[in-house]
Design a protein around this ligand. Structure first.
Ligand code: EPU
Length: 417
């Protein structure tokens, strides 16, 4: 199994270009199931979750005409299989986003129920309730969610709590349901707004995406998708923290600063120098980090997907930071690994109290999920001697060329097989 070895102590300087967002392309790939022709997607990030989703669309009857560099052409004319099998869904929870589009396209969907995962139980009950509101009849059978719907019908639906992929799943189904759907307490993440924009370009009638109330007037057909995936705000935040933690000078290119406001604000509070331009952000360390308190929240709050990386930064601040995780119940798996590197972190329920230390020390550590693995690499950049991160397949799920991008900034990082 691959491992990543990071030799600490190298300041990062230079520019890094951000890839397309994993969490934006996955719903777009699910949305190809709604259209009937050649969908063309650009700025495709080279990450494993994208390959998994493309394989799933193939399994359902799609055909890949071109998949090279950052361009993907996917023909969804032949979608005919409503079954998303366990072996694909179990490796990537986002696969459950095919549920809504399959119901809309084929009138039936049989999608394996994803199991628990490293960051929490992560049920999909809110997806199911939303689709039932549109008239789908959904049963749980032998580990599968089996839904049928002769014709989905628009409805007024309130999400009990905010769910990102749940909102997208129901939004995609409603785009082709009969009549009007109103979704309340919808997720406001930029990726939801992006999906709605992409669908609108195909002929959908969606208003309000990016707010907590989305109004969808169903249409009977959608033209194929032609889009360029928006930049990955979580990858951008990770490189911003990499610049800050090494006290370096890093310019993050091809990002949307407006999507990173919560992170920018917290980095400023920590004393990091930041300059925002239209599509880039320059980050400069100023020699000393101040402690900062963080509470994760749905967008526009501080993203749970940046919590682990920010915690790594706070392990070296001068004082005590309090980091509360409110989105997932078990997203502190990285804490035990950071402690092995000398971090002083104490957990009380959903809160981590981080007391800054002078120096982290390199150690063998194990990645437990995607963002936890990024936080361990960040720790390795500044730790004394070598840090060996194992289970790096987690990184490959969501970060394109991480070692290459960090090396170009001056990090001493390599992968061993
Ligand atoms: N939840 C339920 N029932 C549901 C759905 C969600 O109880 O039916 C709970 C979850 O267990 C969680 C909370 O609601 O406690 C929020 O979960 P949400 O549904 O918003 O998460 P998600 O849609 O499964 C997406 C991202 C995650 C990101 C979260 C939160 C994708 C593909 N995944 O997951 O990204 O952490 O939103 O912002 O968009 C990552 O990229 O590393 C990652 C985990």
């Amino acid at each position: 199994m691959d491992r990543i070895i990071v030799e600490g102590g190298h300041q990062l300087n230079g520019q890094v270009t951000i890839s397309g967002a994993k969490n934006a392309i996955l719903p777009v790939l699910a949305a190809t199931l709604l259209t009937g022709g050649k969908n063309e997607i650009q700025n495709v990030p080279g990450v494993r979750d994208v390959k998994t989703m493309v394989n799933l669309v193939r399994e359902l009857g799609g055909r890949v005409d071109h998949f090279e560099a950052d361009r993907l052409v996917l023909d969804s004319g032949g979608i005919n299989n409503p079954v998303a099998p366990y072996d694909l869904v179990s490796t990537m929870r986002a696969s459950c986003m095919v549920l809504g589009p399959l119901l809309a396209r084929l009138g039936e969907a049989k999608v394996s129920l994803p199991g628990g995962c490293a960051i929490g139980a992560r049920p999909i009950d809110l997806h199911i309730k939303g689709l039932e509101a549109l008239g789908a009849d959904i049963q749980l059978e032998k580990g599968y969610v089996h839904g049928v719907a002769k014709k989905l019908k628009g409805a007024h639906h309130l999400f009990e709590s905010v769910t990102v992929t749940g909102t997208m799943n129901v939004l995609m189904a409603a785009a082709m349901a009969e009549g009007e759907t109103v979704l309340e307490n919808a997720a406001k993440e930029p990726e939801v707004e992006f999906l709605a924009d992409v669908l609108n370009q195909c002929g959908a009638k969606i208003e309000g995406a990016g707010t907590d109330k989305i109004i969808i007037e169903g249409v009977t057909s959608l033209k194929p998708i032609h889009c360029r995936i928006l930049p990955d705000r979580i990858e951008a935040a990770t490189y911003m923290i990499a610049g800050a933690i090494t006290d370096g000078d890093v310019e993050v290119l091809d990002c949307v600063p407006a999507h990173l406001e919560a992170v920018i604000q917290k980095l400023r509070e920590a004393g990091v120098g930041l300059k925002e331009n239209e599509t880039s952000i320059r980050v400069r360390g100023n020699g000393e980090l101040r402690p900062v308190h963080i509470r994760t929240h749905p967008y526009p709050g501080f993203a749970t997907d940046v919590q682990a990386q920010f915690m790594t930064l706070m392990t070296l601040a001068k004082g005590q930071s309090v980091i509360s995780e409110t989105v997932f119940e078990n997203r502190f798996m990285h804490v035990a690994e950071l402690r092995r590197m000398g971090a002083d972190i104490h957990i009380e329920g959903h809160t981590a109290i981080v007391s800054g230390v002078e120096q982290l020390s390199g150690a063998p550590v194990m990645a437990t999920d995607l963002r936890a693995s990024a936080c361990l690499v960040l720790a390795g950049l500044v730790a004394e001697r070598d840090t060996v991160v194992s289970r790096v397949y987690h990184i490959d799920r969501g970060y394109e060329d991480m070692e290459k991008k960090l090396s170009q900034l001056g990090a001493a990082i390599r992968r061993v097989r």
